[in-house]
Design a protein around this ligand. Structure first.
Ligand SMILES: [Zn+2]
Length: 474
């Protein structure tokens, strides 16, 4: 069986205010404090379109190579839900802002272009908050926050490609500055349409839709589960129901939410309170001039300009802030690959563990560059540099000062090294005997012990040479 997958990605626009009113669009305010008659859907309130939201939607459309329609139209999508006070959502229906274009996805086995059906604009709904013991409350802060919906063609043929496509869309939107990429706060969500068919030439099978998936890993897992579920149904002679399903991360299953057979008719009609949206060629041209470098182009440039491996370039271009940090560090220390290693191995792991972003890290690019230069000039060893990094990560400060205050400079003095080596050999007679008996691996252990005894400050090459000198001499 061949799976066929299409994605619908909802991305909140990072505008200061909501799409049809002046309320703040930021996440995290106390419930129902960023609201007004417009976004509460009070009778008689009129929407006014936020020009910045349109500009952001155009940026996204340009980045994916879509055709931007000079005239598009908002429409009312009717349904009832407690978090939708108007009883309809203002969206776009048969005349979207943009159509066509593609998401260019880098995979382990080459580049895939996933075609786009459309990109349209709409408003977000409020949010139901399920309280433990007091029923359900509604928070309207999110009501009226601007969204774009990016709809791909059903051209994705594996769960991994679906996750990579979603991830690429995120990277592009974050690089454009139109979305913050924060899936935990729900500012980026994905629905997946999944079907199976016996052969590529066969018509598409009955599809099910998995709603509101909020991580790349869950996208992959939910789709993989859904494909297996559909294959099991078909092979046991059962029928796939067209339905909407939810991914439950706890049980790692999709569960049925509602059957499409009784799906409501949204009764779309043109929004009478808004003029058709007209976008001039001149405006599009001006927006084009301000488009930043896209992640794929930046990746290529990093490989070319800094001679870092493709893997490094992929990691370093995940966000504009991370890429800028790398470029600043590489420029300041003059060793791009070394800078990349420090950022990928030392910084990113600690940032993840601490739950902070690169912009919030206390070590500035200049400070990291100075630390790198201390290692490269041989003033401190690799292990000591890691200790300095750890200290700078926790407390900030300058590498030189930390090295001076902590007595962390490399022990270079041959007499000092010999003393440490002599003591270490005396404490470890068994590996010494093994080494003498021809077991060369014992040398690595002894070097490790010397490094430990010297607080990581001893030059490992000199330590190794000193050990061999003493043991081979006898
Ligand atoms: Zn409002």
């Amino acid at each position: 069986m061949i799976p066929t997958i299409g994605l619908e990605v909802h991305a909140q626009l990072r505008t200061a205010s909501k799409i049809f009113c002046g309320c703040r669009a930021a996440f995290g305010a106390a419930p129902n404090t960023d609201v007004c008659p417009v976004c509460l859907g009070l009778p008689g309130a009129l929407p006014v379109l936020n020009a910045r939201a349109v500009e952001f939607a155009i940026r996204a459309a340009l980045a994916f190579g879509c055709t931007i329609h000079t005239v598009s139209r908002f429409a009312r999508k009717h349904y009832f839900y407690p978090d939708l006070p108007k009883g309809y959502q203002i969206s776009q229906f048969d005349e979207p802002l943009a159509s066509g274009g593609a998401v260019i996805v880098e995979t382990g086995s080459g580049t895939r272009a996933i075609g786009l059906v459309r990109i349209h604009m709409e408003e977000d709904a409020g949010k139901s908050v399920h309280l433990d013991d007091a029923g359900t409350a509604v928070d309207f802060n999110r009501s009226g926050v601007g969204l774009i919906e990016i709809v791909t063609m059903p051209q994705i043929d594996s769960p991994a490609l679906a996750a990579a496509c979603f991830s690429t869309i995120r990277d592009v939107l974050v690089a454009l500055g139109v979305n913050d990429g924060n899936m935990e706060e729900g500012s980026l969500r994905c629905d997946a349409n999944v079907s199976i068919r016996p052969a590529a030439a066969a018509p598409l099978g009955v599809k099910t839709e998995i709603k509101n998936i909020n991580s790349f890993r869950y996208v992959q897992k939910a789709i993989a589960f859904e494909i297996d579920r559909q294959v099991a149904l078909v092979t046991s002679g059962q029928v796939i129901q067209p339905e909407t399903r939810l991914w439950n991360p706890g049980s790692a299953r999709t569960v049925s939410m509602r059957n499409k057979e009784d799906a409501q008719d949204y009764r779309y009609f043109p929004e009478p309170d808004l003029q058709p949206l007209t976008v001039s060629a001149d405006w599009i041209a001006r927006i084009k001039e301000t488009m930043p470098e896209m992640p794929a182009a930046k990746r290529e440039r990093f490989i070319r300009q800094y001679r870092v491996p493709a893997y490094d370039a992929g990691v370093l271009t995940q966000s504009p802030a991370l890429a800028d940090y790398f470029e600043a560090t590489a420029a300041a220390c003059g060793s791009p690959k070394v800078a990349s290693n420090w950022i990928m191995v030392e910084a990113l792991g600690r940032l993840n563990a601490a739950g902070i972003t690169i912009g919030e890290m206390r070590i500035t690019p200049d400070a990291l560059a100075r630390l790198i230069r201390l290692v490269e000039s041989g003033r401190i060893t690799g292990p000591a540099a890691k200790a300095v990094f750890e200290r700078m990560f926790a407390e900030g400060g300058d590498a030189e000062a930390i090295v001076a205050a902590g007595g962390l400079a490399r022990v270079d003095d041959d007499d000092a090294i010999e003393t440490i080596v002599r003591d270490t050999l005396a404490q470890h007679p068994v590996p010494v005997e093994q080494y003498r008996a021809g077991k060369r691996q014992a040398l690595g252990f002894l070097v490790g012990q010397v490094m430990k005894a010297g607080g990581g400050r001893t030059d490992p090459a000199k330590a190794s040479a000193a050990i061999r000198r003493m043991l081979d001499a006898q």
